[in-house]
Design a protein around this ligand. Structure first.
Ligand code: A2P
Length: 344
């Protein structure tokens, strides 16, 4: 490791470059002027040979293999857990730092799980394995919104229900929602491939696989990852993850119990100052976060802030963010920016 020391520009690989997150990674590296020397776009043989635009140049998509990481400084992985398990070690062996968007390494003790607005100091721990994990999309937006409350008053319990867009399940899942919607408008039967049931005009309380006890893996990820990122194993968390027929942005209803009392006014004041948060909370003017407005944006939007009198110290929030950007690609690029700024 340390291959990228003393450089001004970096060789970057995007694994899963043709996917929904891969496309955002390319866009965000360009938008934020990340100092890229060579960009290597990697995918499966299905899309090898395609050319994708980067700063006005057409970059060839190559097949991922063990030799893909020669001279790579930073490898951004977003091609599924099994691809990360198989190829992230190969990238590290070549001297790259891996920023992994899958759940493959997130809960490993020697892999930092990082949200730059919440625990950027953990990036230092990348030296242990050469891998930094990007949390689950639903976890990221929740901890960005809750961190200021946590710092001000502590958190004893969270109850969260998610309304997650289909883009979280990848490009083919987005196409499935489009196809099913068109089929229903034309009185044709719907076909289900990516989801276990019709997703058009429906809500499916099932994301990732079911575990013994009845939670889904997605729900368990939110519970475990939130505790790891906030570095507080004592927070009690109840999560229900639901897929909804929205193309982009995840929405979350969050009820939080703080350890000491915060008023709704206190919470609004904290959120106004919070990094990465945009408070959008004027219900009288019909102003609250919406998935359609958050799509394509970088902020985590928070609104519907109110005191929840059903418990002591209860606060209710509505939190929305673009799951492909802050929930995935943007968070990864922000980590890479800190990596080259502070560990250069
Ligand atoms: P490909 O387009 O060649 O299938 P999404 O999450 O939107 O479905 O995208 C998944 C991304 O991961 C795509 O870029 C896909 O490439 C890539 N991918 C999936 N499986 C592999 C694999 N075995 N090797 C390399 N890339 C893969």
């Amino acid at each position: 490791m340390g291959a990228f020391k003393d450089k001004d520009t970096y060789n970057v690989a995007v694994v899963g470059a043709t996917g929904a997150v891969g496309e955002e990674l390319r866009k965000i590296l360009e938008e934020r002027q990340f100092p890229v020397d060579t960009l290597r776009l990697l995918a499966s043989e299905r899309s090898a040979g395609q050319r994708l635009d980067f700063h006005g140049r057409q970059v060839l998509v190559e097949v991922l293999d063990d030799d893909s990481f020669e001279d790579i400084d930073i490898a951004l992985f977003s091609a599924g857990g099994s691809v990360s398990a198989r190829y992230a070690p190969a990238a590290v062996d070549e001297g790259a730092v891996v920023i992994d968007n899958t759940s493959c390494f997130r809960m490993e003790d020697d892999v930092p799980l990082v949200v730059p607005e919440v625990n950027p100091e953990k990036i230092a721990e990348h030296v242990q394995r050469g891998i930094i994990a990007n949390p689950n999309c639903s976890t990221i937006q929740m901890v960005v919104a809750l961190k200021p409350l946590y710092d001000a008053a502590g958190i004893s319990r969270i109850v969260v229900s998610t309304y997650q867009s289909v883009s979280g399940a990848g490009r083919q899942a987005m196409e499935e929602l489009g196809r099913q919607t068109a089929a229903l408008f034309n009185s044709r039967d719907v076909e289900c491939e990516k989801f276990p049931h019709q997703i058009a005009f429906n809500c499916i309380p099932h994301i990732d696989t079911f575990l013994p006890g009845g939670h889904t893996k997605e729900e368990l990820k939110m519970i475990q990852e939130t505790r790891k990122i906030l570095d507080d194993p004592d927070i009690r968390i109840s999560a229900t993850a639901v897929r909804v027929p929205v193309f982009c942005s995840h929405s979350e209803s969050i009820n939080v119990e703080t350890r000491t009392k915060l008023t709704a006014g206190d919470v609004r004041a904290l959120l106004r100052e919070a990094p990465g948060v945009l408070l959008q909370d004027d219900p009288q003017a019909n102003e609250y976060p919406l998935a359609t407005q958050a799509a394509g944006e970088d902020a985590t939007y928070v609104g519907r802030v109110r005191e929840d009198d059903s418990v002591d110290n209860g606060i209710a929030l509505w939190v929305v963010a673009d799951n492909l950007r802050k929930g995935a690609a943007l968070n990864a690029v922000q980590i890479a920016e800190i990596l080259i700024r502070d560990y250069h």
